[in-house]
Design a protein around this ligand. Structure first.
Ligand code: SAH
Length: 243
């Protein structure tokens, strides 16, 4: 089944943007996935098709109206065949942190619906009533959900069958199972010597077993040093598997 990405946004012209280039762009042109944008403004109110209003109780900024968000989302889930079964994602700094594991799960779906907000927030009653998955790209604040949706979507698209060639295989990279969830080992390419630095002998020596052990050790050392949180999590997993 063709993977369908639905983007609800007040800025539909931002898409496909970077997703129209490189791997995901070629895959889009080849029909391996499809993109449909849905303009939030079409569901706005009044002469100016307003989609936001001032926050109840006061405070900075504006809030996306619940009826507008629901109108736009229901239009997709009610009118696009199969869309009522798709995960609905609301990019939000207060959401669950996005991860490679999520990307792998979502790549199994028939598509995704992203609701991109650009205000202080969305009326909480919309979230209660429609239960979108609030997902954060990281602990920082962006100006809107569009770039977050693009980043998440790109992570998913490259995992779809046929999108990545064998040369760019995703089975042995950072966070992948084949790599035991570790960060990836160092890479080298020609020239053999650059600015007085040679490629380590073990990399070019031709002993595949030794190289695999070296790469493994490098990946472990890198993960331990840079991401102690990830290392501890993986150590916990290894313990669980033993028991
Ligand atoms: N007032 C909010 C931030 C609003 S930023 C707060 O303090 O939590 C405007 C919009 O950008 C958000 O509603 C969300 O859709 C998007 N956004 C900002 N940062 C994000 C992040 N780290 N991950 C995902 N979406 C984000």
């Amino acid at each position: 089944m063709l993977f369908a990405a639905h983007i609800i946004t007040a800025y539909p012209h931002m898409f496909p943007g970077p997703l129209g280039e490189s791997l995901s762009g070629r895959a889009l042109a080849d029909g391996l996935w499809q993109l449909q944008t849905h303009d939030l403004r079409n569901f706005g109110h009044g002469k100016h098709q307003n989609i936001d209003d001032t926050p109840a109780g006061g405070g900075a900024g504006m809030v996306l109206r619940a009826d507008v968000a629901a109108g736009a989302l229901d239009n997709v889930t009610d009118n696009v065949k199969g869309a009522d079964k798709l995960p609905v994602i609301l990019p939000s700094p207060r959401g669950q942190l996005f991860s490679q594991e999520m990307a792998r799960d979502w790549a199994e779906a028939d598509g995704l619906i992203f609701l991109c907000n650009r205000f202080e927030g969305v009326d909480e009653r919309f979230i209660e009533a429609r239960r979108p998955l609030e997902v954060s790209l990281g602990d920082y604040v962006l100006g809107g959900g569009e770039l977050a949706a693009m980043a998440m979507l790109e992570a998913v698209l490259r995992l779809l069958p046929g999108v990545m060639g064998k040369a760019e295989s995703g089975t042995d990279e950072s966070f992948s199972a084949a790599n035991d969830g570790l960060l990836e080992y160092p890479h080298y390419t020609r020239p053999q010597e650059w600015e007085g630095r040679a490629i380590p002998d073990i990399v070019t020596g031709g002993d595949h077993e030794k190289l695999a052990a070296w790469r493994r050790a490098e990946a472990e050392a890198l993960t331990q040093k840079r991401r102690p949180d990830l290392w501890d999590k993986l150590a916990g997993k290894r313990e669980d598997e033993k028991n």
